[in-house]
Design a protein around this ligand. Structure first.
Ligand code: ADP
Ligand code: MG
Length: 258
């Protein structure tokens, strides 16, 4: 049950400014998509909201400035490239999501085990539960990391390109599943999304970032346009109508040199 308010947040890594003066107000139960080219500052903004980097400005949850170290009960972050530990099974790894709820040295409760089981089942990972996490494919690892984030039972879910390693079938399935869980639990979701079409379908609002700053913010219809996206991505971008009434966003020509 949490509204997330980001006010004038900036983050620097040593002398490099990665996020500059970003503000964002996400109502409880809404899904905000963060889009923008590589290096735009999407991951850094998510880390600031999760309290994993120092920042200037303010991040509040229902108006409260929770100290960085105490955010894990409120906020779960699915990192862009989750690091899988060695010597741990999928079941054990997903249980790590419950750490914020366990008191020191206490054994897990029935509720902890139930949340882990539910996450594993809903992400269709039952066959994987006993597998070592360091032997999974990139896409499997991404689903396992999402199961861990969901098991955390936080009211704010931060997703960093949650489907970048998934095939197109799993991509849609995972996004729809997260959306279903968002509605059931009234989760507030902030998700960096590399797939602009998916962002347009699922997000209530979209923040377009470039060079650490806000380029545009609004509904998908307002900001996912060729006028906004073209200059940001340095490409000729076309917005096409799909048969189901949604929009498909495709680059037609790149103006980029790599
Ligand atoms: P995005 O997620 O949009 O691709 P990032 O937030 O990862 O962008 O990066 C924003 C900028 O900060 C980039 O210029 C990147 O090189 C830099 N950066 C990211 N992480 C670090 C780090 N740990 N140390 C130094 N610079 C970093
Ligand atoms: Mg990133």
């Amino acid at each position: 049950m949490t509204r997330v308010t980001v006010t004038d947040v900036s983050v620097s890594y040593r002398d490099r400014v990665a996020v500059e003066g970003v503000s964002l107000d996400v109502e409880q139960g809404h899904w905000i998509g963060l889009v923008g080219p590589n290096g735009a500052g999407k991951s850094t903004l998510l880390r600031a909201v999760a309290g994993l980097v120092d920042y200037s400005g303010e991040v509040t949850f229902d108006g409260v400035a929770v100290p960085n170290a105490e955010r894990s009960k409120t906020v779960a972050l699915l990192p862009q490239n989750p690091v899988m530990p060695t010597g741990m099974t999928v079941g054990e790894y997903v249980l790590l999501g419950r750490t914020a709820h366990l008191s020191w040295l206490a054994a897990e409760t029935d509720h902890d085990r139930a949340m882990v089981g539910e996450s594993i089942e809903r992400l269709d990972l039952l066959d994987f539960a006993g597998r070592p996490v360091d032997e999974l494919s990139g896409g499997e690892a991404q689903r396992v990391a999402l199961a861990r984030a969901l098991a955390q039972e936080s009211s704010v879910l931060l997703l960093d390109e949650p489907t970048s390693a998934l095939d197109i079938g799993h991509e849609l399935a995972v996004l729809e599943l997260v959306n279903e869980i968002r509605c059931e639990r009234m989760l507030t979701v902030v998700a960096a999304m590399h797939n602009l079409t998916a962002a347009g379908r699922i997000a209530d609002h979209v923040l377009v970032m470039a060079n650490g700053a806000t380029e545009a913010i609004g509904t998908p219809a307002e900001v996912l346009t060729s006028e906004v996206l073209g200059p940001v991505f340095g490409a000729d971008i076309s917005v096409l109508d799909a048969p189901d009434g949604t929009r498909v966003i495709v680059p037609l020509r790149s103006g980029h040199s790599i």
